[in-house]
Design a protein around this ligand. Sequence first.
Ligand code: GAL
Length: 414
Amino acid sequence: MKFTAIAAISSIALSSATSAIAGPEAEVLHWWTSGGEAKSVAVLQKEFADNGGTWTDMPVAGGGGDAAMAALRARVLSGNAPTAVQLKGPAIQEWYEEGVLADISSVAEAQGWSAVLPASIAGHMKCEGSWCAAPVNVHRVDWIWANASVLEANGIDMPSTWDEFNAAAEKLQAAGIIPLAHGGQAWQDATVFEAVALGILGANGFHKAFVELDEETLTSDAMVAVFDQMRKMRGYVDPNFSGRDWNLATAMVMNGEAAFQIMGDWAKGEFMAAGKVPGEDFLCLSTPGEGFLYNVDSFAMFAVDGEDKTQGQNLLAELIVGQNFQKVFNLNKGSIPARTDVALDEFDTCAHISAADMSASSLSGSLLPSYAHGMALRGAQSGAITDVVTAHFNSDMSSAEAVAQLAKAVANSY
Ligand code: GAL
């Protein structure tokens, strides 16, 4: 039992509205600061305010959330945790083990979350059988985005193999177009790497490498081939890629400076926020290979004092899993709802592909957690892998050396 006593006595939102408290309150830590992300989080802020809540915003800029997670650690260590935190994957259980999370089971049970969430998603939201996080969406990570007119002008189809991708990239490069819009930040390198790895290792190999951390797979010839392809990818980015934010890379595809971006479908949120139309202005296709890399955003509540804050946490949890929020938020965010009972008719073709591929891959055993977005591994292990990926991408390290370092880094990460 790692929940604190204060959390365990919480009751569903607004049930004690007669008390003299100021009303539901929440200080919310998140990293949704790009155009599409900000539009999406505004949906939650509005619903919270419409239901009497007072929202204190704590945005910590930085795609992928590394900076937000550092800020969270500092706040918790100083004994002043935020009330609600964008947190996902095994990091939820890691914080639970520190004894600092609140139990939101009363909301989950009252709302019947078990009946409306896929078991794989529900599993991530539970800590020793109790509910400790509320899921917002399902982002798919293994996507290629492209500028439709750039491809058309150069006689290029969306690539369905890595060889086709390489051939397209070389043709574009010869025509003076940047083939791959990329930002040189460790999490973006990891995002491209895991998409390449899924294609080359296959779903089973991906699972062995990045869920089971199987040494044989981590040091296999197939893994050498993954790094070979990463070396090619490095040749397709422009010289100014270092440190660039992911949404600026998306903008390069939007304005035709670059042809492709490999990024999760939060990139679609950027295209949509800029008024671009899927299938016309931009194209989406899953990266070459079988499978689906999922990245489920969620919020965990931290144990804090005060009935107003507890009410705020319960109200947030209730709204997040609410049907309307799951629809409107995800229309903006580029993801699909975590709930299975939200109608998708207002969603675009990319979202429909995502939903269909998610069910198909769930049936075929190729629905896989994203390692790059903290869904597959604990922080120490995913961090060890990403350090090697980024060191290889930013040097002339050979693939054989990268694989040797990968095995060593993983072995030393426990
Ligand atoms: C992911 C997160 C997405 C998106 C992205 C870029 O890790 O799950 O919601 O925000 O980072 O910031």
